[in-house]
Ligand binder design. Structure first.
Ligand code: MG
Length: 360
């Protein structure tokens, strides 16, 4: 079995609920969609993205460059193929755009390996969990009025969610606390609530805000401080009884090890594209297990679900609806869990008109 070539298509995928955090204000996910073809007729999918078209176009060029290295190789040799790409990336570096570009290629290669074995990817990875606990994350943005915020929280419950994340990170952190208090009152005590500050706060504010969130039974405080401030994050995690989650903005398992060594947080949430795909995400999962820490995910629900379904120490899959429209069979959420698809590979069917409909 050999890889014969790769199609890379740049898409502008509109966000049903445009993203608005302490950091972001965007309406589209400019997506680099990868289809990796083989001489057996199987095609594997992967994707990466940026929030702006020109940045995504740059990612597409880098992905095409890496994809050429895979031609003629056996997709089932995922680790060997990854090693070839890893070596090639040395000059641009194992972070930033080159790492993001690799993720679409590496994910497509993993899907091909699972397709060749005719099993769902999570089973190919050794997983047995047919459901993965998840939390709704593509809503409850910072621009919502209190009424809109609580109405949206109830909508998410009606969609089957039992956990959800509220964006915080305002300079007036007590205004954030009030927003979360209203959501807590609306959803009741049995719903799991997280908060995400998107790196907005100084350490002292994060600790004060965290104490308020603890009183509202918040499950975790995410990215309280700038992502490179690993020691500061560790001090926050030590000061608070509640969980602190971080890691989505850092690249590769080497950075995750730095977080683990520093005990920077209680939960790491690797981002599939900043891991450069599934290969190094799995390395991070193994590190988390060795350090007795749970592992979560960031964005990329469809592929991350397979990774987490194969990790006994997984804690909460981030559920984003952003790419649902690309597929005829998007993931199903029931009683707060993603139901793992049982089709081979990622278990997703690309909608016949998706690439044309969203092409840039
Ligand atoms: Mg976040």
């Amino acid at each position: 079995m050999k890889i014969t070539g790769t199609n890379i298509t740049l898409l502008a995928v509109p966000l049903r609920r445009p993203i608005r955090t302490s950091f972001h204000n965007f309406s589209h996910a400019y997506t680099v969609f990868v289809q990796m073809h083989t001489d057996t007729g199987l095609t594997g999918m992967g994707w990466c993205f940026a929030f702006e078209e020109r940045k995504a176009a740059a990612l597409a060029l880098l992905a095409e460059d890496l994809a050429a290295l895979y031609v003629g190789r056996d997709p089932r040799a995922v680790g060997d193929n990854h090693a070839v790409a890893w070596k090639d990336m040395n000059f641009l570096g194992h972070a930033g755009a080159s790492m993001i570009a690799l993720s679409g290629i590496d994910t497509a290669c993993w899907e091909l390996a699972a397709l060749a074995a005719d099993v769902p990817l999570y089973r190919h990875l050794g997983g047995a969990a047919t459901r993965v606990q998840t939390y709704a994350s593509s809503a409850l943005w910072l621009d919502r009025s209190i009424d809109a915020l609580t109405a949206e929280a109830l909508d998410l419950m009606a969609d089957g969610h039992r956990a959800m994340k509220v964006r915080v990170g305002q300079a007036d952190f007590m205004a954030d606390v009030e927003r979360v208090r209203h959501v807590r009152e609306a959803v009741g005590p049995d719903i799991t609530l997280m908060v995400d500050a998107n790196q907005a706060w100084p350490e002292s504010v994060a600790i004060r805000a965290g104490r308020e969130f603890e009183a509202l039974d918040v499950f975790w405080l995410e990215e309280p401080v700038f992502y490179t401030d690993i020691e500061g994050c560790a001090r926050i995690a030590a000061a608070l009884d509640m969980r602190v989650a971080t890691g989505e903005t850092s690249y590769g398992s080497a950075a995750m090890k730095q977080h683990l060594d520093a005990r920077a947080a209680d939960v790491l949430m690797p981002d599939l594209q900043r891991m450069g795909g599934i290969t190094d995400y799995l390395n991070t999962c193994a590190l988390c297990a060795a350090y007795e820490q749970p592992v979560s995910s960031h964005l990329f629900t469809e592929a991350s679900a397979h990774v987490l379904a194969a990790q006994p120490h997984a804690l909460m899959l981030e559920h984003m609806e952003w790419w649902e429209e690309l597929f005829t069979d998007p993931l199903v959420v029931e009683e707060g869990a993603v139901v793992m698809p049982e089709g081979p590979g990622l278990g997703l069917t690309l909608a016949p008109d998706a690439l044309r409909k969203f092409a840039v």
